[in-house]
Design a protein around this ligand. Sequence first.
Ligand code: F6P
Length: 522
Amino acid sequence: MSLLNINPTSTASWKGLQDHFEEIKDVQMKSLFLEDSNRKKNMSRNFEDLNFDFSKNRMTKETMDLLLDLAKECKLDDAIAKYFEGDKINVTENRAVLHTALRNINNKPILVDGQDIMPEVHQTLEKIKGFTNQVVSGEFKGYSGKAFTDVVNIGIGGSDLGPNMVVEGLHYYKNHLKTHFVSNIDGDHVMEVIKELDPETTLFVIVSKTFTTQETLTNAETIKKWFLKSATEEDIQHNFVAVSTNLDKVKGFGIAEENIFTMWNWVGGRYSLWSAVGLSISLAVGFDNFKKFLDGAYAMDEHFKNTEFEDNIPVIMAVISIWYNNFFGSESEVVIPYTQYLEKLAPFLQQLSMESNGKSVDRNGDKVTYQTGNIIWGNSGTNVQHAFMQLVHQGTKLIPVDFIGFEESLYGNVDHHQKLMANFYAQAEALYAGKTAEEVHLDMKFTGDVQKINALLPFKVFDGNRPSNAFLMKKLSPRSLGALISSYEHKTFVQGIIWNIYSFDQFGVELGKELANKLLIK
Ligand code: F6P
C-alpha cells in the first residue's frame, strides 16, 4: 500500500500553527525559561546514553502539541508502519524503502513482492564478515601474495559520503588498513590517491548501486589501467571487489563473481551505508565494530517505531525543523559536531536530507505552495567558531543549530575536552541569551571613555533568542554513531511525510547528467 496523500496546509493544526506563530513569534526564550523552571527537563528526551535537549527553541508546550498534531493529521503513524513493513513507499520508482531491514535483528520476516528479504540480508552480512576477517588477518591477499595494506573505495554520492564519513568518524577504532576514497571525476583526485599506492598491496572496492555512474566507472577504469601496468587481467580478481545491484556489468569489468557483494533496489544510495556499501567501514574498523554500528541504528529504529510522538526523538527533531522552515521562514539549518572525527557529517547529511526532500511537487504531482527541504550545512566545532558562527550569532538570518557533543574524549585528554565542551555549551548559551546593551555597557565601563562606548555599543550587542538543539552522548562509539545517523534518517523521513512529497527518488540529479553526456558527444 502506498502513502496517503494529505496536504499539510489543509489540516486544522497547520492553521492552528499559523495563528499560534503570530502570538509567539516575538516571545523571548528567556521568558519561557522563567515561566517554567523545569523547561530544560520537560524539553529533553533520553535514549540510551543520548540526551536530546530541545529547550532552547522558540516554542512552548502548545507549539509542540500543535506540531505533533500536524504529524498525526498527516498520518505519520500509518507512514511509519508502511516504511518498516516494506510497502512500496518510493512510489515514483515503484520500490520499497528498507534500509532499516539492513540492521534489523529481530527474526520477523520482511516481505518485498511476497519474498522474505531477511535471509539475503543475513547472507550478505555473513559475506561482509568473512571477507573483512580474511582481509584484516592477511589471509585474503593481493595478486602477488602479499597482504593488503590499503583499501580504496571508488564511488560517489551515497556510495562515498556515508562510508567516508563513518570511516573518519570511527578512526579511533581503526585497524592497520589505510582507507582512501576516490569520488570526483576530476582526474587529479584519483591521481593524488593512487600516486602513493602499491598495486600489489591495495584492495579496490568499487561501489556503485547501478554500476552506470560516470564518475565511478571512469575512476575505476583509470585505476584498472594503472593496475594493469604491473599486473595482468587475471590478477583483477585478487585486488578488485565490487558492491552493486548490476551483476552483469560488474562481471564485465573483470571482477570475479565471488568478489561481488550484492545490494538491492529497495535500498536508496543515500541510505545504503548499512549494506555492503559499508564494506570499507567494516574493513577499516573490523566487522564487530561495523555490527555495533548497525545495532546502534537498529536501537534507534525501534525507538522511532515504537515511541509515542511526544517522546520520539526523530519526530521531535523533524517537527522543530518544520516549525522554523515553514513558519519562521528559516531557509537553512547548521549541524555542528564538537568532535573533529565528525568533520564529514555535514556533507553526508546534505545528501541525506537535500537529495531526499529537495522536491517541489507533492504526492499528487502538483506544485507545492509551501516550503520543503531545508539547506543543511556545517562543520566541526570549535573550528566553525572562527569561521561562520559570526553570521549565526549576529547576522540577519535565523539559523537553527544542532550541536552534537560527547561527555568523554576518546584519548582521555581532560584539559582539551573540558575546553572543547565549554565551547559547546557556551555557543548554545550565547545564541540563546545574547548580550544586551546594558551588559555591553557594563563590560566597557572600565574604559571610562563614554564616547567610545556609545560608538561601539550597537556592534557589540547580541540579540540572542536564536534557537539550537543539543545532542549529548557519553562518547563517540560505533553504536552511538549508528544511532545518531539513524535519527537523522528518520527525521528526514518524517519531514517528507508531513510535506507530502516523495523523499526516496532523486530525479533532480538527472538533467545535469544528461546534458553533460550530450556535451561529451558533440
Ligand atoms: O547523485 C545521484 C545518485 O544516484 C545518488 O543518489 C547515488 O548515491 C549516487 O548517484 C551514486 O549512485 P551509484 O551508487 O549508482 O553509483
